[in-house]
Design a binder for this molecule. Structure first.
Ligand SMILES: O=C(O)C(=O)C[C@]1(C(=O)O)C=C[C@@H](O)C=C1
Length: 124
């Protein structure tokens, strides 16, 4: 099942039987941690998209442009500084944020387009 992390009998997957038990133990422990981190990322992204969905509705309702490049620049500079402090590659942080923002802008554009469509009753 996709939401089930590795079970003990699936320990190590491809490398089980090919490495020392201590190495396998560490690999399995690190994979358990990775499973938790990936789950957290999914929850965090879900919350972020809930917030941006609401922003998209506000923008569509009040005729605001889907993208705000100045806000994006400030966010990217801020996250690059945070990434450096956290020893994460700042270029990767920038690419990751841009990937998410591009998706958000697509959602905003779709909302604006659908709110600009005349309602069925108005199409006479
Ligand atoms: O803050 C906004 O205005 C948003 O629409 C959110 C967001 C983002 O995902 O961070 C997305 C698009 C904008 O260009 C800027 C930022």
């Amino acid at each position: 099942m996709s939401s089930t992390p590795d079970t003990p009998d699936a320990r190590g997957g491809d490398v089980a039987g090919r490495v020392d038990p201590e190495v396998l133990d560490e690999l399995v422990a690190m994979r358990a941690s990775i499973d938790n981190i990936d789950a957290t990322l999914v929850y965090l992204l879900a919350e972020r998209f809930k917030a941006t969905q609401r922003v998209g509705v506000l923008k569509a309702t009040h005729d605001l442009p889907p993208a705000d490049p100045a806000r994006e620049r400030r966010q990217i500079e801020r996250l690059k500084r945070l990434a450096e402090d956290a020893q994460l590659d700042p270029d990767f942080a920038e690419k990751f944020l841009n990937f998410i923002i591009d998706e958000v802008i697509r959602h905003h554009q779709a909302l604006s387009a659908s709110s600009a469509e005349p309602a069925a009753d108005d199409a006479r």
